[in-house]
Design a binder for this molecule. Structure first.
Ligand code: PMV
Length: 322
């Protein structure tokens, strides 16, 4: 039997992270050039030898049973088997490869869940719809993060720009112009569960200040949706800056991210902010045009480990020129 492969993109939250956990909206896009690939290869001999898992970037090379109980790979396989009503693990190897770093604000756990669920159900002979995929990936995210909003698994499952509110079906969005984002890695690994958990602890102690920030974020995210759809690039950038201000007030930025944001703005970016959980990981900047080389140079000089172009185009199948 030939190997089966499924790919899932990385994701980028443009506006609304953290507030989205509390029921406010977020706007997110897939990152087409960065993906995670899951491959299933059947093993004929020895018979009934079970499932083995290899994921070099995560230092995993072991039988399925040896994975930690809450590991997203294990959770993804279990939810898929349960969904399909299948009890027995196939004799096969599941291999995971990604071309973007884990724990950096690009939604690696959602990409992992989506790619594994897709390849596993295909391997077992079942096709899966996007809403089913999204529901199962959310279950995996819940075991990995605790209280995820669901934005990561939604944008990765549907693989298109979305408007997202917790508990509702995501709304696909069409940009009104070509947006040229860049994302830069601060090089600092961070835990989303930790930053979400710490904010929740502070919210339990005193919600007034945090709720005020979230309401401002919700307002600017709604305006961001209009600017995105009507193609007002500069306005969208201003809203990214306002979002960063609120995230910094919430204590979710750090000197390395601040340095990258400042470098992007100094070079003429329309906007710059952290993306995802914060306290490290990636930041996102919005270039006024498709010419992003000067921003890359400035971001590398300011300490970025890598810089990636993320074009979000009005007509993705067509020409990317302005
Ligand atoms: O850091 P990431 O890629 O896991 O993104 C987390 C986004 C949050 O809004 C902070 C959490 C969530 O569940 O939406």
């Amino acid at each position: 039997m030939p190997a089966l492969t499924a790919k899932a993109p990385a994701k980028l939250i443009l506006l609304g992270e953290h507030a989205v956990v509390y029921g406010y909206p977020a706007l997110a896009v897939p990152v087409a050039s960065r993906w995670l690939r899951a491959t299933m290869q059947a093993r004929i001999k020895p018979a009934n030898s079970g499932l083995t898992v290899s994921a070099p970037q995560l230092d995993i090379e072991c039988p399925f049973e040896a994975l930690p109980e809450l590991h997203p790979i294990k959770a993804a396989v279990i939810v898929t088997l349960r969904h399909l009503g299948i009890q027995r693990l196939p004799s096969a190897n599941l291999n995971i490869q990604a071309n973007f770093p884990f724990s950096s604000g690009l939604g690696s756990s959602a990409s992992l869940a989506v790619a594994v669920i897709r390849v596993f159900s295909a391997f077992l002979g079942h096709s899966i719809t996007n809403p089913e995929l999204n529901t199962l990936a959310y279950q995996v995210e819940t075991s990995a993060h605790g209280t995820p909003s669901g934005v990561d698994n939604s944008v990765v499952s549907y693989n298109q720009p979305i408007w997202f509110i917790k508990g509702a079906q995501p709304t696909p969005l069409q940009p009104g112009a070509n947006f040229h984002f860049l994302i830069a890695d601060s090089g600092i690994k961070k835990s989303t569960a930790a930053s979400v958990g710490e904010l929740a602890r502070r919210h339990d102690e005193d919600s007034t200040f945090i709720d005020e920030c979230f309401k401002k974020i919700a307002g600017l995210t709604r305006l961001g949706r209009q600017a995105f759809q009507s193609g007002e690039i500069q306005r969208f950038g201003e809203l990214m800056n306002e979002n960063q201000e609120q995230l910094a007030k919430l204590g979710l930025s750090c000197p390395e991210l601040d340095r990258l944001n400042a470098a992007a703005l100094k070079s003429g970016a329309f906007g710059a902010k952290l993306t995802g959980g914060g306290l490290g990981g990636f930041m996102v900047a919005l270039s006024p045009t498709a010419e992003t080389v000067p921003f890359k140079k400035a971001l590398i000089e300011a300490g970025a480990q890598q810089v990636i172009d993320v074009p979000v185009l009005k007509n993705p199948e067509g020409d990317s020129h302005e």
